[in-house]
Write a protein that binds this ligand. Structure first.
Ligand code: ADP
Ligand code: MG
Length: 236
């Protein structure tokens, strides 16, 4: 059953990642295959240390595989130079992390504007795009607040606004609700769901939160480097 729009956005084939630690090789992924459809909302679950973040980082070009290919929207990202990969990432991927990672001395608006500094947009256009992103997460009225003046849930919503400011195709969220109370977590999940249903984004999320998994259209379980497809209770 298609959980996206039936067209392929990303294809990982034979992806292997080996970390070298203290003279020993740790083979986290060994020939992993994964297809992600455009418009999908994917939840990736599994025990700590199983390689979930590794998959997300490879998919978003933050890390490179030791073997295998990763094709996103027709670009074989494993073949790009470091500079080209960074430029590709800036245009195609927005990351959201568990710890928000906002810059404390900058306002919400300035935080969201940051990724736009890498684009040719004028100052006025940057502001416009950042304000629109903050509007999507329901925080336009907090744009002059610094992270310390926001709740954790609001900080994560600003981080999501920052992730979507450049209008990327893919949003990759690594345990986005891990540090949040239930109500804030639900607000974040609602936003991620709307990014898919209303804004045409494709979302891949690592999570331990059963409520988060329920929001996803597709649920994958990673165990010892092997991905197993699970059913979802999502209606769509
Ligand atoms: P998960 O997100 O499922 O908890 P990760 O993908 O972060 O797992 O990590 C998988 C394994 O790889 C873990 O054992 C982790 O310690 C190891 N690992 C991850 N990143 C590195 C790295 N940069 N150097 C060495 N080992 C790493
Ligand atoms: Mg992780």
């Amino acid at each position: 059953m298609a959980t996206g729009d039936g067209t392929l956005l990303a294809r990982m084939r034979g992806v292997t990642r080996v970390y070298r630690r203290g003279g020993q090789d740790l083979r986290v992924l060994d020939g992993l295959d994964l297809d992600v459809e455009r418009g999908d909302f994917l939840a990736l679950m599994g025990p700590s240390g199983s390689g979930k973040s590794t998959i997300l980082n490879l998919l978003g070009g933050l890390d490179r595989p030791d073997a295998g290919t990763i094709d996103v929207e027709g670009t074989e990202i494993t073949g790009l130079s470091s500079d080209a990969l960074a430029a590709w990432r800036a245009r195609h991927v927005g990351f959201v992390f568990q710890a928000f990672n906002l810059i404390p001395v900058l306002t919400a608006l300035e935080n969201v504007e940051l990724p736009l500094l890498l684009t040719p947009l004028s100052r006025a256009k940057r502001r416009e795009h950042a304000q629109y992103a903050l509007e999507i997460v329901g925080l336009k009225d907090r744009m002059d607040h610094r992270p310390k003046q926001l709740s954790g849930g609001q900080e994560q919503r600003v981080a999501i606004a920052r992730a979507i400011a450049t209008d990327p195709t893919m949003v990759l969220a690594d345990e986005p609700t891990g540090d949040l109370d239930r109500a804030s977590a639900d607000a974040v999940l609602d936003i991620l769901t709307r990014l898919v249903s209303e804004h045409g984004k494709t979302v891949a999320m690592v999570t331990h939160d059963p409520a988060a998994a329920k929001c996803a259209k597709r649920l994958l379980h990673l165990e010892k480097g092997v991905l197993v497809e699970q059913g979802t209770t999502h209606g769509a």
